[in-house]
Design a protein. Sequence first.
Length: 279
Amino acid sequence: MGFLQFVSALFGWIYTLCWSLSFYPQGLLNIKKKSTAGTTVDFPFLNILGFAAYLVYTCAMYWSPVIRHQYALRNKGYSPTVALNDVAFAAHAVVLTAILNTQYFMPWLWGFERAPGARPTRPMAAAFTGSLALVGLVIVVVAAQPADADPRTAWAWLDVIYVISYVKVAMTVIKYAPQLRYNWQNRSTEGWSISQILLDFTGGVLSLAQLGIDSYLQHDWSGVYGNPVKFLLSNVSIIYDVCFIAQHYVLFSDRGKGAKSGERERLLERGDEDNERLD
């Protein structure tokens, strides 16, 4: 194994570790507070669909002979740049996200009081349902193709996998927005774990670096545009993470201001009531 191959593998497993660890801080913080107050349910609700889609995408790209063959036909014979650590991360993410969802939808399991605003907002619920409908439509279109259709020019099962990957990208693009807005309304990040954001940011940077190294080693940048989900996920996550970091450490930092916990709780409750009205 050459030096760059080693660096790529190292970055891959470190980013997998960072992104995997990022699922724990929010759930642990909720347990510590015995409440999900301060966070929106939209984030875990959209996350479960997004990571389920990502798991299907990575498994198909890594293991499916049909998908890998069709990918090679469209990308100069190269193999997908999906690595085993991508599959491992996706599987872990689905499990942890499912557990986090129970804190919002089944708070009695954890001994939590049901927090206000514990239902997805209508726009996010519509995005969830619409994504499933889109995938179903593309499956029907591909299934209707002639058996001898050329996968290089006709709709193929690879396109189904791409659409599923775009569902993950879409969920990532919108899932942070309600929480970002919530923090802005309340002028606080209380209840929202900054540790998960720092881990997510580190993982995004290393994931992007690994993708670039792998494409360089192939001497072809189709590894980037042929694996758009990994490229977009890293960039979108980094942008949102920077916004959350700015909110926590710059815009709404109350260190040294002696903010009273009672005042902070009232802000959180008011934000939860605002979210209820949006429903």
